[in-house]
Design a protein around this ligand. Sequence first.
Ligand code: 2HA
Ligand code: ZN
Length: 270
Amino acid sequence: MKDILTAPFMIEMIRTTTNMYNHGWDERNGGNISLLLNEAEVREYLDTDRVLRTIPTGFKAPELDGKYFLVTGTGKYFKNVQYAPDVNLGLVRLTDGGGNAELLWGYSDGGKFTSEFPAHMMSHVARLKVDPENHVVMHCHPANLLAMTYIHTLDEREFTRTLWQMCTECIVVFPDGVNVLPWMLCGTNEIGEATAEKMLTARLVVWSLHGIYGAGKDLDETFGLIETAEKAAEIYMKIAHLPRVNTITDDMMHQLEARFGVKGREGYLS
Ligand code: 2HA
Ligand code: ZN
């Protein structure tokens, strides 16, 4: 059995949480990540018959029965993952229709998965329906996207169009746009269900006055997705109070669609 701390998925998870912390997206215990793993890759590092603890999840997700996830822990700081991965991360297998999580590694201080586990697992179900290659759900609190939800309309078309207009490559990186939830109580199955519903039509879901969710095939891609949206929001926050002299027009965006072989969300461009 190989040392799990040498697993590429573990190294990538540690690097990503560290990088997100360094970007200022995950103050204190803010943010959480879940990474879907293949059974074969887990078996290289763990005896999958050796269950340390069984933790009830409080929801059902039959589509994920038997699936393995590496997940950040509740109350844990992204800042600290690199120093104590086995305390701050856990590797679980969902069983009983998603109703239980069998802990195979981690949460070694008696902890458990993030309080946002429902939103993560329900989002995995939703994204896997749209994209069988989806492996990552990522949540964080980037300052500019968050700031934008205080001063910009939360209308999804308008919110998306504003972000697309802030950097030329935005429409290429997230042609499906950004979906937006109003403020809702975090950590609940209700916000989980609402997030998953929004994940059916876009890989980015803003939680107004709280943060953002991103989904993608790997950690790098998902990080880059949030990074691009956050950069656009940063430009917006720099210019929103100033007269706009130039902008990226819908015609320019149509040129980008043609050049990069993407299609902006139906009805979002004129
Ligand atoms: O606790 O970000 O939404 C981590 C969070 C909750
Ligand atoms: Zn949060």
